[in-house]
Design a protein around this ligand. Structure first.
Ligand code: ADP
Ligand code: MG
Length: 296
């Protein structure tokens, strides 16, 4: 599983804003909202909502979204950075680390540290049941891969009863972990919303995308698309798939058995023309009727 938007709602609420001495909190939120204007990341959407005002798109220049790090954007002629501490470190910004619980978005303008915004995501109401249902259906090992902070990841994993968690991963690291997990298991499914996990969706044996919220890239890369973002539908999809395969096997055995029987009877001269008609068209109709149970 991916975390943000898959097991959690992906709707972040701003819990705290802090600023460096020379600036005010309004500025921190404003620059963050401007920089994130064009991003479809759940974090970006929440920062825009927190800003509340309209963003003047004329003031935004070149934008670079650095996956697993954050955003670099030209706003009002200045270079704005909004993202996690990895982004600050990569650009050698002298930031003060925040130890509050939650996802922290640090903001810097023209190389100067402005402040941070602490945002918090909530676990989806159905995530815990979804994991339990999967375990009941025989899923042996549940793993969460996330780009978010370790503390948050571990808290959510224990809340949901996941077996293992890997945090602070870049999209590339997620692929490496999936490669490793593919070696360790006979079949592996990955569930994600596809905001930068499309490569993993494509690489897994079965890629499952959260359709309503997920990106187009995810839907393209996935084998299964859940239309309403409810993780409980993963076990439902498995049930439908198992039933479908079961019906297909029943039909193959039934059709071949009848045909072979009629063939033998015909060879010894007992089968009538009607038996042959049933062996062909009749078997076909019965198989179709049986297959219609799959959608129920
Ligand atoms: P997840 O694996 O939980 O879906 P992502 O890989 O999308 O998370 O992002 C990992 C981390 O990178 C986020 O927790 C955040 O700190 C940072 N990040 C990614 N995109 C953005 C963005 N648009 N704005 C700010 N921070 C971002
Ligand atoms: Mg994600």
């Amino acid at each position: 599983f991916d975390k943000t938007g898959t097991l959690t709602k992906g709707v972040f609420e701003v819990v705290n804003v802090s600023c460096n001495n020379d600036f005010n909190k309004e500025d921190v939120i404003k620059y963050a909202a401007y920089a994130e204007n064009y991003s479809s990341h759940p974090i970006a959407k929440s920062l825009k909502t927190a800003y509340g005002k309209d963003v003047d798109e004329k003031d935004i220049g070149e934008i670079e979204e650095i996956s697993g790090h954050g955003i670099k954007a030209a706003v009002l002629g200045k270079t704005v950075l909004a993202g996690n501490k990895r982004l600050m470190e990569a650009n050698s910004i002298a930031y003060t680390e925040c130890n509050e619980v939650g996802t922290v978005v640090y903001v810097a303008v023209d190389g100067q540290y402005l402040g941070y915004v602490v945002i918090e995501d909530r676990v989806k109401a159905t995530s815990k049941e979804a994991i339990e249902a999967l375990k009941k259906m025989g899923v042996k090992h549940t793993v969460m891969l996330t780009g978010d902070k370790k503390e948050i990841a571990e808290k959510i994993a224990s809340e949901l009863g996941l077996d293992k968690v890997y945090a602070e991963l870049l999209p590339g690291d997620k692929v490496n972990h999936v490669e490793q997990l593919l070696k360790e298991s006979n079949s592996l499914a990955f569930v994600g919303d596809g905001v930068n996990d499309a490569p993993v969706l494509a690489r897994a044996d079965v890629g499952i995308a959260m359709g309503a919220m997920g990106s187009d890239a995810a839907i393209e890369a996935a084998d299964i698309v859940l239309m309403d973002d409810n993780p409980k539908n993963i076990s439902k999809a498995m049930k439908i798939a198992r039933k479908t395969i079961g019906i297909a096997k029943q039909n193959i055995v039934f059709a071949l058995a009848i045909k072979i029987l009629v063939l033998i009877l015909a060879a010894v001269g007992i089968a009538s023309m009607w038996a042959a008609v049933f062996a062909d068209v009749g078997v076909c109709v019965v198989a179709i009727l049986n297959a219609m149970r799959a959608g129920k």
